[in-house]
Design a protein around this ligand. Structure first.
Ligand code: 13P
Ligand code: SF4
Length: 304
């Protein structure tokens, strides 16, 4: 068996030989995050994918993230070490669903969370991520919007912008939506004085009792700047790896061992090496879909 350091070094050498950049989401396994050139949230990684000069983008994340990279950088080879890594929420709204919903609400702007397929993005006016959803919808200056697929992020946007009627699609993240108020209150009782940071994919009643509602990378910055010595982290457990690096003196409490996204964990460091060796796992998007999806993603990037 090859030891971790050898594998790490092999991957870095291969990345150099292939002129590849390795992008990893904040929920990836620690050793995958450590071998990446950039680790970030959906927005940060999309920006990296758009800006890179590498020929190859190895995307350690889930399918919609790699697809967004391909939408932004069609001339690059975008590889997923484990192409079967999907996002169940993204599959909760199909393009056919959205087309019907849009036709039922003529003239109402369609705002879509990036956790969606390229086909859905292609029917969208503007995309958002958890980091910029409120800012992008504010900039739209609309009275009513359709928002999918995440009903919880839709609620968070509506709560943050009282003048906007946010009509939600009924999708959700199985990992974040399962969190209950009781779990958070119990954690607060066990850790008095700790601050609660929650992802906006959590249910409204959970978000209501959080001290801060943030994207994954925003949580890293918040933890580093917070005066609290202990934080209760209400998001996927992979973030704890980055939190320990971002704020080494602090204590982080993972709300529950069930906060694990299996799709984020199927990518292993061995699979990163194999995909660089064989250049397998290429992500493709049909050109007409890509061009329409790009308009929605670019509108988002321009605003926030
Ligand atoms: P972030 O963009 O905040 O990293 O969130 C992505 C995601 O899939 C959360 O479940
Ligand atoms: Fe999708 Fe939830 Fe996993 Fe994020 S944590 S990739 S929203 S299933």
């Amino acid at each position: 068996m090859i030891d971790g350091q050898t594998l790490h070094d092999e991957i870095r050498t291969l990345a150099l030989e292939r002129n590849a950049v390795i992008l990893a989401h904040n929920y990836q396994r620690g050793e995958v995050q450590d071998v990446a050139d950039f680790v970030g949230d959906s927005l940060g990684l999309a920006r990296q994918a758009a800006a890179t000069e590498a020929n190859v983008i190895v995307f350690a994340g889930v399918h919609f993230m790699a697809e967004t990279a391909k939408i932004l950088s069609p001339d690059k080879t975008v590889l997923m070490p484990e192409p079967r890594a999907g996002c169940p929420m993204a599959d909760m709204m199909s393009a056919a669903d959205l087309a019907v919903w849009r036709d039922q609400n003529p003239g109402v702007p369609v705002v879509t969370y990036v956790n969606s397929t390229a086909e859905v993005k292609a029917l969208t006016d503007v995309c958002v991520t958890s980091a910029n959803a409120v800012a992008v919808v504010r900039a739209l200056d609309a009275k009513r919007i359709l928002f999918g697929p995440d009903r919880n992020l839709a609620h968070w946007v509506g709560r943050s912008l009282p003048g906007v009627e946010v009509i939600p699609w009924d999708g959700y993240c199985p990992i974040h939506d399962q969190v209950t108020v009781e779990q958070v209150l119990e954690a607060k009782q066990r850790h008095p004085g700790a601050e609660v940071v929650a992802h906006p994919e959590c249910r409204p009643e959970v978000v209501d009792i959080a001290d801060a509602v943030l994207s994954t990378s925003q949580m890293l910055a918040y933890a580093a700047g917070s005066s609290a010595e202990e934080l209760i982290v209400v998001t996927e457990a992979g973030l704890l790896h980055g939190l320990a690096k971002a704020a080494p003196g602090k204590r982080f409490v993972n709300l529950s061992p069930e906060m694990l996204c299996p799709n984020m964990k199927v990518t292993t460091i061995e699979k990163v090496r194999d995909c660089l060796l064989d250049l397998t796992g290429a992500i493709e998007v049909a050109e007409d879909t890509r061009v329409r999806a790009l308009a929605a993603v670019e509108r988002m990037v321009a605003i926030g």
